[in-house]
Design a binder for this molecule. Structure first.
Ligand code: HEC
Ligand code: HEC
Length: 348
């Protein structure tokens, strides 16, 4: 008798432990997704996550979307989460939308991309862009976006979407549309199954084109270090002159160690020059308000013990990639050209 009781007690403890060990999908959602998708899934910066569309989605699509994100389109890749955590979020979303996953035949559709392209240009391009990258203004942008669309049309050529969605899932979305977000049902508008298969074939081609474009290498350094041929004071003066010449406003100098040690011990041969072009900055802040915390407009000049003078310039490509926003990346490429010009002017 006693042993059975003990066994039972042990068993229930074991079960309770298992329940505790399961990740809490609701909490994970609130922590990781809420800010962009909102609690009721209304969407905002992110797309709506509502029942109407969840009926068309497989759990595999949701799992992969969360795991891989949408590179360059704000939606992060949640790669540090365990499989169990991602699954818990999917389970939570299923419960909240009260929907069941839809299963798709995973085999590819046979479609004619040439015909698909014609249909795409006629029916889809005005919203999703000729290259399927979603039309410019305001991907996930809150301040600058034009309000022409209730919901920003997503990038369907994006590698994250392409890897997550099977052919037949894409076909289903095209058939039924997203009427609540302004995308019509193309079955209603008269497209036959062969037409939608042709569209899928073209969308896959667009996806391959995007995938071929180089993204930033994982070992790209966060800053560039360049040696100056001049002494410290001349280098500082040259940098300032070049910046003013390029229409930047310069803020008062800051020693690198300022505030970190008492004013007599500060190394005065390490200086950060902070500068700004307000027009450029304003364009960037419109795209990404969070930029305010990492303003990249700084060149650090330091004199080493051996007398060498080094210029340290942030690698804007890397800083921009933290924000997962291709629109921002494009603006920063221009900024980077200016940086390179300045460094050339100072060191040549
Ligand atoms: C920083 C904002 C942001 C966060 C955080 C975020 N998302 Fe997204 N999400 C987006 C954007 C933006 C898109 C659409 C991408 C596009 O426009 O191409 C998206 C798309 C999606 C989609 C595809 C919807 C569809 O209809 O195909 C799903 C599913 C999704 N997100 C789930 C999640 C989940 C779950 C989390 C949390 C684990 C999350 N997202 C966190 C911004 C975000
Ligand atoms: C009037 C604008 C509009 C048109 C026209 C339009 N779409 Fe969309 N599409 C959208 C919007 C907005 C969404 C996102 C809806 C949502 O998530 O609620 C979307 C979503 C999608 C998705 C799902 C992508 C994802 O990340 O979940 C696919 C695939 C798609 N559209 C393909 C097409 C194709 C193919 C055509 C042409 C036959 C087309 N769309 C025409 C606006 C449009």
């Amino acid at each position: 008798m006693k042993t059975t009781q003990l066994l039972l007690a042990g068993l229930s403890l074991f079960i309770a432990g298992q329940a505790l060990a399961l990740p809490d999908g609701r909490a994970l959602y609130i922590q990781n997704c809420n800010a962009c998708h909102q609690f009721q899934g209304a969407g905002g910066i992110g797309l709506p996550l509502n029942a109407a569309k969840f009926r068309d989605y497989s759990d595999d699509y949701l799992f992969k979307t969360i795991r891989n994100g949408r590179p360059g389109r704000i939606m992060p890749a949640f790669q540090e989460m365990s499989d169990a955590q991602v699954k818990a979020i999917v389970t939570f979303l299923r419960k909240r939308t009260d929907t069941k996953p839809r299963a798709y035949d995973p085999s590819a559709l046979a479609g004619d991309p040439t015909h698909g392209r014609k249909l795409f240009e006629k029916h889809c391009q005005r919203c999703h862009g000729a290259d399927g990258q979603g039309r410019g203004e305001g991907t996930g942008v809150t301040l600058s976006r034009k309000r022409a669309f209730l919901v920003m049309p997503p990038a369907i050529a994006n590698p994250g979407f392409q890897a997550a969605a099977s052919d037949r899932l894409i076909q289903q979305v095209i058939r039924v549309g997203r009427p609540q977000s302004g995308m019509p049902s193309f079955a209603r508008l008269g497209l036959k199954d062969q037409d939608t298969a042709d569209l899928v074939a073209w969308i896959r081609k667009l996806g391959k084109r995007v995938a071929k474009r180089p993204r930033i290498a994982p070992d790209e350094p966060p800053s560039h270090v360049v040696e100056s041929p001049y002494d410290f004071d001349t280098t500082v003066a040259n940098v300032k002159q070049a910046l003013v010449g390029a229409n930047f406003r310069i803020f008062p100098d800051r020693y690198l160690e300022q505030g970190l040690t008492d004013e007599f011990s500060v190394n005065q041969r390490q200086i950060g020059i902070r500068f700004c072009n307000f027009n450029k900055l304003y364009d960037m802040l419109k795209i990404e308000p969070r930029l305010g915390v990492v303003l990249p407009c700084r060149i650090t000049i330091m004199e080493r013990a051996n007398g060498k003078v080094l210029l340290v310039v942030p690698n804007l490509k890397v800083v921009a990639s933290w924000f997962n926003n291709d629109q921002l990346l494009a603006l920063w490429k221009r900024m980077e050209d200016t940086f390179n010009d300045i460094i050339d002017e100072v060191t040549l």
